[in-house]
Each structure stands twice: as C-alpha cells, then as structure tokens.
Ligand binder design. Structure first.
Ligand SMILES: Nc1ncnc2c1ncn2[C@@H]1O[C@H](COP(=O)(O)OP(=O)(O)OP(=O)(O)O)[C@@H](O)[C@H]1O
Length: 295
C-alpha cells in the first residue's frame, strides 16, 4: 500500500481521532490526554460523569473551540476551531433557533447557510413530526423545536453527527419518537454518530460503540459487542477471582465481580453472567470515581 492509499484508508475508516488532546479553560482543564479513535459508521455513546469533558470533546470536534494541546482530526481534517467543518453537524442542548422565524423560514436559512443542503429531506422530517411549516418557532413545544433543530442538523447531510444531550428536555415519549427518527436517518445514510447522554437505557438500544470519558480522558472505548464479550460478571462466595478484576462488590456473603478477561472461567461455586451495557458502564464509572477521589 502506498502512503497515499494508506492515508485515504485512514480517512475512510476513522470519523474522529484524537491524540493527547487537551483543552484548558483559564485554570481548568476541560479535557487532557484524550486519545480516541472512532471508526466511521458507528453510532457511539459518549458517557461520563458531570464535568468529565464530554461537551468539551464535542465542541472541539464540532470546530467550535480550538484545542490547547494535542491533535484532533475530524473526517480526516484538522478543525480550525472557528466553526462546524463541512460534513459535520452539531446539535447541543441549547438549540440556536430564531423564535421569530417560521419553520419554513428556518429551513430556508438552512439552505442559505449550507452548500450540501437537502431541503426535501429536511422538510420531510418536519412533516413526519406533523409540524406546520407556517408556525413560528417560538410557538412550538420543546419536542417540536428539537425536531426542527434535528431537521436543520440532518438537512446538512452530515457524515458525522455530534449530539450533545439533545433530548434531555423531552418527555420519555417524545424522546423515544425523536430518537427513532434520528436512528432511522443515520441507518439509511451510514452517518457516524457521537451521542452523549446520561440516560444509559436510551443508549443501550441505539448505540453499537461506547466511549467512556472520566476526568478529561477516555477511560474505555470500543464496539459494544466486543466490550461485552470481553467482560463477565462472576457471582459467588469465597475466594474471588484474581485475573482482570475491574470491580468487586460484596453484599452479605455474596460477591459480584466484574472481570475484563475474554475467556474468564468462574471459580468453583461461582456462576458467570454476561453484563448488560448499563452494568458495564456503571462499574467502570464507579471505579473511575473511586480512583479520582483517592488521588
Ligand atoms: N466555558 C468554560 N469555562 C470554564 N470552564 C469550563 C467551561 N466549559 C467547561 N468547563 C470545565 O471543563 C470541565 C469539563 O466540562 P464539560 O462541560 O466538557 O463536561 P461534561 O462531561 O460535558 O459535563 P456534563 O455531563 O455536566 O454536561 C468541567 O470541569 C467544567 O467546569
């Protein structure tokens, strides 16, 4: 393979790559020593405790803020920190929509601002949500406004979609509906998604890749299938397993141990189970929190 072919392959395969990436806000580091490789085509869950650096990572990837140190490549290019690169859409919790515009005017603005705009598709997303094109954005419900913001984000036909807790203000039914619309669109197009949320149950159904951030670094990442295959929950009493222990918790005489060892065998008298994604994430989050408070 020639160096050019090598670099093209790299562009095709990774939607987002960071090396030793850091962002400092005055005295606080929002992110530091962050190494991440997100393969193209994945729907990735970005999880971590409050203040872990998720929004900072999203803002860096969306080109909204410049890095302080290290390197970030988005769709094979280095964002310049002055705005969303072509091919990337970002949707945060604050949806920057003009309340005085009608929905149709909002879509026209999308067309004016984006060279890759797919107006037919954006309008279809609005119509599927039964939102009148003549309604003023300021008169819409939170769920309807989210749908308009999603239509704007998807109308750009992004190759990478960054979603920073965009559904946090929606009721469970609206969240479920909007999530289905989103996931149907990305399944159709093969768009890579990085989605942050504190609601692990939402992520379990939709994501095939996990990025767990804690203390400004990536503590765990990989395809969900691989991560689940590499972890086991061992439940029993007596001598605990010694290899690959991530977390061990004891209630009464019974211990529940999460191990990261693909071929782990349960010790005599113990049983082995496959963890759910939620159990796996919670265990790693607890371990990270304990390590940080001990440091
Ligand atoms: N604009 C800013 N100015 C100063 N510090 C900031 C700024 N934005 C974030 N930080 C700090 O950077 C760290 C990471 O914040 P960030 O918002 O990226 O975390 P997060 O994982 O998205 O948190 P949450 O889950 O609460 O949304 C925190 O310590 C936060 O206080």
């Amino acid at each position: 393979m020639t160096p050019t072919e090598e670099s093209e392959k790299h562009v095709d395969e990774l939607a987002l790559e960071t090396r030793d990436l850091g962002k400092r806000y005055r005295r606080t580091w929002g992110l530091r020593g962050c190494d991440l490789r997100l393969p193209a085509g994945r729907v990735a869950a970005l999880v971590g405790p409050n203040g872990a650096g998720k929004s900072t990572l999203m803002a860096l990837a969306a080109g909204l803020i410049p890095a302080t140190e290290g390197r970030i490549e988005v769709l094979g290019r280095v964002p310049d920190g002055t705005g969303c690169p072509r091919g990337v859409s970002f949707l945060g919790q604050d949806k920057p929509l003009y309340k005085g515009f009608t929905v149709a005017e909002t879509l026209r603005m999308g067309r004016g601002l984006n060279p890759d705009w797919d107006g037919e598709y954006a309008t279809r997303l609005i119509e599927e949500g039964a939102i009148p094109l003549t309604a003023k954005v300021g008169t819409l419900s939170g769920g309807q406004r989210t749908r308009v913001a999603i239509a704007l984000a998807l109308g750009r036909r992004p190759r990478l979609l960054l979603l920073d807790e965009p559904l946090a203000d929606l009721d469970p039914l609206a969240r479920d509906e909007v999530m289905k619309t989103l996931m149907a669109s990305v399944a159709d197009t093969g768009t890579t998604v990085l989605l942050s949320s504190h609601i692990l149950a939402d992520l379990e159904d939709t994501c095939d890749h996990l990025v767990l951030v804690a203390g400004g670094r990536v503590a765990l990442s990989g395809d969900v299938e691989d991560l689940l295959a590499a972890h086991h929950v061992l439940i029993g009493a007596g001598d605990p397993p010694l290899e690959g222990v991530v977390e061990s918790r004891t209630t009464g005489r019974q211990s529940t141990v999460l191990v990261r060892a693909p071929g782990a065998v349960a010790p005599p008298g113990w049983r082995r189970e496959t963890p759910t994604l939620e159990e796996l994430v919670l265990s790693h989050l607890r371990v990270q929190a304990a390590q940080r408070s001990a440091a």
